[in-house]
Design a protein around this ligand. Structure first.
Ligand SMILES: [Zn+2]
Length: 349
C-alpha cells in the first residue's frame, strides 16, 4: 500500500517535472519569438496568439517539410510606362495654426495675422456652420493670405472652382503653393488655395428687409429699420455665468436686478412681454438684416412692439423672471432664426 502510493507519487512527480520543463522551453521560445517580432517590421501581431503552432513549424528540422508557396508574378495588367504622361504635382501648403485663447474674437485673431476675419472661415469651414467652435483651445488654420482653402471635390475643375468663388482662373494658377501647371490636374482630397475668395456660406453683409425671417417670439411685427450690423453688450457687466454651448444658445451675465439693458444694435422691437417658455419677461429686437437679439429674464420692459430702438438705447432692466436661477440677463443673437454665439459679435468673452 505504502509502496504503491510512493510509486504513483514518483510517477506524478516525473510528469510534473516534464510538464514544467516543457513549459519552460515553450516560454523561452515564445519570448525569443516575440523579441524577433518586435525587431522585425511585423505586419500583424496576431502571430503571438498562436505561438504554439508557430513553434511547431519552426521546430521542423527538415526545411522541405515546410510548404513554400510559389511566387506568381503577373504583369499583364500593369500599364506600360509612358514618359509623356502628365502626372502633376500636389499642392504643398504651408499653413500656420492658432489656438483660440479666452477673449479672442474673429477680428482680433485676423488682425494678429494681418488677414480679414472672413479668411478665418476661408481656412476653417466648420466655423461658419458652428460658430461655437470659436472656443478657447480650438485650433484654427491661418491662411497666409486672404482667400479660401477649397477642398477639391471629385469633378472639380479649375474653371468650376474659379466660377464658384468668382475669381479669375489665373489667380488660382498664380498661387505658387497650389503647384498648378498646364494641364492643371487637380487631386481629390487635396486643397486648392483660392486667393481673394470668400466662403459664400458666410454672410457679413446684411440681406435686404424682404429676406428677414422672424422667429416665433418676434412674429407679427414687420421690421422697419436695418441695424448697423455691429453689436454691443446689452449691459456693462462682464460677469459671465454661462457661455454659449450647444446646450445653452446664449450668454448669461449675472448682475443685480434693475440694471439698465440697452439695445445691442438698432432695430425694431418685435416682442416685449411675458414669454411662457422660460424666458420670463422678454424683449426681441429684429435688426432688419436677418438678425434678432433676445433679452430675457427682465424685471422691467420699457419698449413696445413696433417701436424703433437705436443701438445703446435703454429698453428695459435686468431681473430674475421666468426659468432663472438668480438675477442675470440671458442674451441671444439669432441669425435667420438660428442662435449664434454672441461672443462672436460682441467680443470680450
Ligand atoms: Zn441663459
Amino acid at each position: 500500500m505504502h509502496e504503491q502510493k510512493s510509486a504513483r507519487q514518483r510517477l506524478a512527480g516525473y510528469a510534473v517535472l516534464a510538464l514544467v520543463a516543457g513549459l519552460m522551453a515553450l516560454g523561452w521560445r515564445a519570448a525569443a519569438d516575440t523579441t524577433a517580432q518586435a525587431d522585425a517590421p511585423s505586419p500583424s501581431q496576431e502571430v503571438t496568439t498562436d505561438d504554439a503552432a508557430a513553434i511547431t513549424v519552426a521546430d521542423a528540422a527538415d526545411p522541405a517539410a515546410v510548404p513554400v508557396a510559389p511566387v506568381i508574378e503577373d504583369i499583364a495588367f500593369v500599364p506600360a510606362a509612358v514618359p509623356q504622361t502628365f502626372i502633376g504635382r500636389r499642392p504643398e501648403h504651408q499653413l500656420q495654426t492658432y489656438t483660440v485663447e479666452r477673449g479672442d474674437t474673429p477680428n482680433g485673431i485676423a488682425d494678429k495675422f494681418g488677414i480679414q476675419a472672413t479668411t478665418l472661415l476661408g481656412g476653417n469651414p466648420l466655423l461658419s456652420q458652428e460658430s461655437s467652435l470659436l472656443q478657447t483651445g480650438v485650433t484654427l488654420i491661418i491662411l497666409p493670405i486672404d482667400g479660401v482653402l477649397h477642398d477639391v471635390q471629385p469633378g472639380d475643375t479649375l474653371e468650376s472652382i474659379a466660377a464658384q468663388y468668382s475669381v479669375p482662373v489665373e489667380t488660382i494658377i498664380a498661387y505658387e503653393a497650389n503647384n498648378l501647371e498646364f494641364p492643371f490636374r487637380l487631386f481629390p482630397e487635396t486643397q486648392i488655395m483660392v486667393p481673394g475668395a470668400v466662403r459664400d456660406v458666410f454672410v457679413w453683409t446684411p440681406p435686404t428687409l424682404a429676406s428677414v425671417r422672424s422667429s416665433r417670439e418676434g412674429s407679427g411685427v414687420t421690421p422697419v429699420i436695418v441695424g448697423t450690423g455691429t453689436y454691443i453688450y446689452p449691459v456693462g457687466s462682464r460677469s459671465f455665468s454661462q457661455y454659449f454651448w450647444y446646450g445653452h444658445p446664449g450668454i448669461d451675465i449675472a448682475l443685480p436686478e434693475g440694471t439698465a439693458v440697452v439695445a445691442s444694435d438698432t432695430g425694431t422691437v418685435t416682442f416685449a412681454g411675458w414669454n411662457i417658455y422660460g424666458f420670463g419677461n422678454l424683449i426681441v429686437v429684429n435688426h432688419g438684416n436677418g438678425y434678432e437679439t433676445f433679452y430675457a429674464h427682465l424685471s422691467g420692459i420699457s419698449v413696445v412692439p413696433g417701436q424703433i430702438v437705436y443701438q445703446g438705447n435703454v429698453i428695459g432692466s435686468t431681473g430674475n423672471t421666468g426659468n432663472s436661477s438668480g438675477p442675470h440677463i440671458h442674451f441671444e443673437i439669432r441669425a435667420n432664426g438660428v442662435q449664434d454665439n454672441p461672443c462672436f459679435y460682441v467680443g470680450g468673452c
